[in-house]
Design a protein around this ligand. Structure first.
Ligand SMILES: [Zn+2]
Length: 137
């Protein structure tokens, strides 16, 4: 059986910090043609609804509401790196700065790991056979 029609709703209620809240919601519908991918359509529809709702809340007169829509990045108070969402404190539980005191290479390894691992270096330039003093500068 082919899914032909999708209806998705998205709503967000944010506190204004003064015993009130603001709510924005959207309901979007899409008709699918044969050959349309259902999952892709649902993801696109939800992204559109989320963008619309968050744009509405971003227009709030309340700073608290606006700041909940796009919370500021949380940074480690010790090293300044962005903290992952699962850490609740104000610094890393194993901060690379503290590890650096024990071993400078541990700091580099932790920083490389925090950025998603080592990157490939570009290949070296081909050797043109010239000695350094023969290069035209
Ligand atoms: Zn840190």
């Amino acid at each position: 059986m082919k899914l032909r029609h999708i209806t998705l709703g998205f709503e967000k209620r944010l506190t204004d910090g003064a015993y009130g809240s603001e709510l924005a919601s959207a309901v979007l519908e899409a008709e699918l043609d044969l050959g349309d991918d259902e999952d892709d359509a649902a993801v696109a529809l939800m992204a559109q609804a989320r963008t619309f709702v968050e744009a509405q809340l971003q227009q709030s007169r309340s700073f608290a509401v606006r700041s909940h829509v796009e919370p500021p990045e949380r940074r480690c108070s010790r090293c300044g790196e962005v903290l992952p969402d699962h850490l609740r404190g104000e610094r890393h539980t194993q901060c690379p700065r503290d590890q650096a005191a024990a071993s400078p290479t541990a700091l580099l390894e932790a920083m490389v790991a925090a950025r998603g691992g080592p990157r490939e270096l570009p290949p070296p330039a081909p050797d043109d056979g010239l000695e350094l003093e023969e290069l035209p500068f």
